[in-house]
Design a protein around this ligand. Structure first.
Ligand code: ACO
Length: 184
């Protein structure tokens, strides 16, 4: 609950940075991201997490709120799959933050959570996000035509995926071995 001010400040400051990639939603951006809306959003995230359907994370760098990572639509049984999504404050981009966060999310999902497959959907023009997924080992599987209503229009998305057996040892260790991250 203490994240309300940081969440609101970052989301409002990053409006133009995020709108091209996020699902279309009703209402004015600033009003939707006023800090008074955080408790309700937090409650929904917490309830979904308790139900086992969602894993919501804040991305922190040295204790500073820099973005969010969400693993959603967790399916159990014979599928054991979910989607992964993320955003990072524009001031922090290009420093490997999302790549590290996605690798940590992958290891958590395939480790303690026991999932077998993660999917990510990305617009073809989102080069930064495609790089993040590729660095962590996600493969391009196909094109989803007019998949999601983003910024007021149905947009094609590329489907990327990764299954547990494709991760050698751990996603974080793979990043470290490739020189893209360091243990501290
Ligand atoms: N064209 C090509 N490559 C780019 C561009 C660009 N315009 N911008 C950045 N990159 C590259 C970087 O060089 C880097 O690759 P490198 O390490 O080989 O140099 C990579 O993309 C970015 O890697 P990180 O630094 O780990 O990622 P960052 O912390 O900057 O965050 C993110 C990337 C999350 C996509 C950020 O740009 C963002 O929040 N964008 C807006 C919201 C968004 O697009 N979210 C993802 C939606 S799709 C999904 O959630 C599955």
């Amino acid at each position: 609950m203490r994240d309300s001010a940081d969440w609101s400040r970052l989301r409002i400051r990053n409006r133009d940075w995020l709108v091209p990639w996020e699902p279309t939603a009703d209402g004015n951006w600033a009003a939707r991201h006023h800090r008074s809306n955080w408790p309700a959003l937090y409650s929904v995230l917490k309830a979904e997490a308790k139900r086992g359907a969602l894993l919501p994370f804040v991305i922190e760098v040295d204790g500073e709120y820099t973005g969010q990572l969400t693993i959603g639509n967790l399916q159990r049984g014979a599928v054991r799959s979910a989607w992964i999504g993320y955003w990072v404050d524009q001031d922090w981009t290009g420093k490997g933050v999302a790549t590290a966060a996605v690798a940590l999310g992958v290891d958590h999902a395939f480790g303690p959570v026991g999932l077998h497959r993660l999917e990510a959907t990305v617009q073809p023009s989102n080069a930064a996000s495609r790089s993040v997924l590729t660095h962590v080992g996600f493969r391009h599987e196909g094109v989803l035509k007019r998949y999601m209503d983003v910024n007021g229009r149905w947009r094609d998305h590329d489907l990327f995926a990764l299954t547990a057996e494709e991760v050698i040892s751990s996603a974080v260790e793979t990043l470290v071995r490739s020189g893209r991250a360091q243990f501290r």
